[in-house]
Design a protein around this ligand. Structure first.
Ligand code: IVH
Length: 716
């Protein structure tokens, strides 16, 4: 990532061309962050910075309404559902909330409600105000008082069926108590993990030598979406009820009374919920909640205001993706002032030089902060990734007084510098050699843009000890080999001791240890039992899923998603390696086949081939394969008519979507490819199919229309 741009929100001087360009960039940037947040539960920017991106997008769209894109972030709420859980279609869509960022936005909200209802200034209007819980939303369906299903929000229309997991959450009643229970009751609310429980969980992780969880929200999301509900049961999940979906009968006629009814049925409801009569009272309640924020045992990121009268809510209804009767008043990113003592350069697994600010410790939102990310060289110099000045060109120097901010529970960032307090005469000199290995560190020029990459990289590759350690940490990380008792600390220790210089060494550790003069069991922190436990944990991973194996190698641009695409396509390690060797010839068929894997781009393919062309790295892969056996990807559903077939979709599908059709095809064991070739078994052509249909006819490839496809898979 090139770092978080701090953008001005109001677009002042933009030409049509610049606006269109920026809207396109924002659409893809926001979509990427949405996917990281919703699919991977691993956001890489703060909530505050994300909101800034969305606000900037809306502001440009308002100024340039003709340029609003079809894929505009304003048109979508969340991220498409993934396929590992069954799907549940929400009877009432689960929508998002519009945001207010300051008191003026709250006044505008109240005014727009009045305008819509054709009400005058003085007409009394009651709102509820309650904390916005930073967790993930869940819809719970009760039939005749019994919990029958639980679904995540998903894309707002279709969520994931997590019923078995929801049943393990203590705050979620299996049966509604008290009377007044309609036949169908759907309660919505937020699943979260409390701060104290989260801290305790990380103490356990630390003791087990495992990687720590990043924040309560992602941990809650990850915990709820476990395929094994025993894991969910072991996590301290909680639930606050605040809304509802389908109800056969509404038991009350105000928001506030609905919340009281939910409490009577046995749900936890938020004690800071209030009923208020004016914008001033809303804002005052917001300040009270903001002040108590650090002392609450759960994370909140704002206050939600809702029109209290349900009749009015009904009249106000929804504007595309958000209700007109509610708004979320977000907390600003929390700020603090401190001194920048040092800029340390860390080297990542792929050689990126990442500057980290060492700060005089300062409390921000109840947390003591002494480090902050500085992203990259340009960020220190005060230049954004697009070459535009940030902080109006003010650079950062050692000794500077800086403002830092923290939004949500993410890594703090340096926002600004106070030039009046500057003592350093010279700008910070970013190293041009790697501090770990002394190799030149360079910023390659992007061929497409002609601009230098924002990231400076060590060219030492295999010889760089810092890259090696980071590579080992990645190799053993949770979504890679996940070796019990082998975390970051052990990676550093074993590398320093010369015991594990690359991932392949991990698997010969036990044998080498037997012959070693200083056995692991005699080292600090180890005994006979713990050393053996570690070796056993390593042996446990000698068989591993192919996609984990690929991901663990730590190849640039080959994250979990791409690793899965490769595994699904090539199915076993030998076939994959043979294909990589053959694809080194960029003129040949193997290269074309690789680029044809739907969703696997040229950047990743090039990075994969470059990695494997390095004899040192390839040597490690070969050595690993003598110790580890990646499980081949099973041919699923061999009875399905499309198992093992290569399918291409083209044209517009009317009854299904391209993503759904693709997911169905893959579930039934087919490969989906992007272009028609002699290897294509079937072309599914929707409306307005063009050149691919023609090519399929030329090659004699079987073709089906959309209905034909639906019939084919319906029988599978
Ligand atoms: S009301 C029709 N109330 O915020 C909208 N949402 O940004 C119903 N959230 O998807 C939502 N606390 O996950 C509501 N007290 C609260 C909330 C809350 C957290 C979440 C919820 C929603 C998101 C919208």
């Amino acid at each position: 990532m090139s770092g978080e741009p701090i953008r001005e929100i109001v677009p002042r001087k933009l030409t049509d061309e610049q606006a269109a360009e920026e809207l396109a960039a924002l659409a893809s940037e926001i979509a990427e962050h949405d996917a990281r947040y919703h699919n991977d539960d691993a956001p890489t920017i703060s909530d505050g910075a994300y909101d800034t991106l969305r606000k900037r997008n809306t502001a440009i769209e308002e100024r340039f309404p003709d340029l609003v894109r079809e894929d505009s972030p304003s048109n979508n709420v969340g991220s498409p559902v993934q396929s590992k859980f069954d799907k549940i279609t929400h009877k009432v869509p689960m929508l998002s909330l519009d945001n207010a960022f300051d008191d003026g936005d709250v006044a505008d909200f109240s005014a727009s409600v009045r305008r819509f209802l054709n009400w005058k200034e003085g007409d009394p209007l009651t709102f509820t105000a309650e904390p916005k819980i930073d967790g993930l939303s869940l819809a719970l369906r009760y039939e005749r008082g019994e919990l029958v299903s639980a679904a995540t929000r998903g894309d707002g229309q279709v969520g994931e069926n997590v019923t078995a997991n929801a049943r393990t959450v203590k705050d979620i009643p299996r049966k509604l108590s008290g009377g007044n229970v309609p036949d169908i009751v759907e309660i919505r609310g937020e699943v979260y993990i409390g701060k104290a429980d989260f801290a305790a969980l990380n103490v356990e992780m630390e003791a087990a030598g495992k990687q720590l969880y990043v924040n309560p929200r992602n941990t809650a999301a990850g915990s709820l979406r476990q395929l094994d509900s025993r894991i969910t049961a072991s996590r301290p999940l909680k639930f606050f009820a605040y809304a509802w979906g389908e109800m056969s009968k509404l038991p009350a006629d105000t928001q506030f009374a609905m919340i009281e009814q939910m409490a009577a049925w046995g749900f936890s409801t938020n004690p800071l919920t209030a009923r208020l009569e004016s914008v001033e009272a809303l804002v005052a309640h917001y300040r009270t909640i903001e002040e108590s924020r650090a002392g609450l045992d759960y994370d909140i990121d704002g206050v939600v205001y809702k029109v209290d009268d349900l009749g009015l809510q009904g009249r106000l209804g929804f504007a595309s993706r958000v209700p007109r009767w509610a708004i979320a008043h977000k907390f600003p990113a929390e700020l603090a002032t401190t001194i920048l003592r040092e800029i340390e350069i860390q080297i990542g697994r792929t050689g990126a030089l990442s500057p980290v600010a060492r700060l005089d410790p300062v409390t921000v939102g109840g947390v003591v902060v002494s480090n902050a990310t500085l992203h990259n060289e340009d960020y220190i110099a005060g230049v954004g990734s697009n070459g535009e000045p940030i902080r109006e060109g003010r650079d950062l120097r050692i000794g500077d007084t800086v403002t830092i901010f923290r939004a949500g529970d993410v890594i703090p960032k340096v926002m600004d510098v106070d030039l009046s307090k500057r003592t350093a005469k010279e700008p910070f000199e970013f190293p041009t050699v790697c501090p770990a290995c002394g190799s030149p560190a360079v910023r390659p020029i992007d061929e497409k843009t002609g601009r230098a990459d924002s990231v400076r990289r060590c060219t030492g590759g295999f010889i760089c000890p810092a890259q090696a350690v980071e590579g080992i940490k990645h190799f053993v990380s949770r979504n890679a080999f996940d070796i019990d008792g082998f975390g970051d600390k052990q990676a550093e220790l074993f590398h320093e001791l010369g015991m594990v210089m690359n991932p392949a060494d991990i698997f010969t550790l036990r044998e080498r240890d037997k012959r070693s003069l200083k056995r692991l069991e005699n080292r600090d922190g180890y005994g006979k039992t713990s050393a053996n436990k570690l070796f056993d944990a390593i042996d446990d991973r000698r068989k591993i899923d192919l996609h984990r194996f690929i991901f663990a190698l730590g190849i640039r641009h080959v994250g979990e998603g791409n690793a899965k695409l490769l595994a699904r396509h090539y199915r076993d390690a030998d076939t994959l390696l043979a294909a990589i060797d053959a694809a080194q010839d960029r003129e040949g068929e193997a290269w074309v086949e690789m680029l044809d894997i739907d969703g696997f781009g040229e950047t990743a393919a090039t990075a994969l081939l470059d990695f494997m062309a390095d004899p040192n790295r390839r040597g490690v892969v070969d050595a690993l394969l003598t110790e580890v056996t990646p499980n081949p990807v099973e041919q699923v559903a061999s009875s399905s008519p499309i198992a093992g077939k290569t399918i291409v979709f083209t044209g517009t599908l009317e009854q299904t979507t391209r993503s759904e059709a693709k997911a169905v095809a893959e579930r039934l064991g087919a490969k989906v490819s992007g272009s028609v070739s002699a290897k294509t078994d079937l072309l599914v052509a929707g409306e307005k199919a063009g050149s691919k249909l023609k090519k399929a006819a030329e090659l004699g490839v079987d073709t089906l229309d959309e209905q034909g496809w639906l019939d084919l898979v319906a029988s599978a």
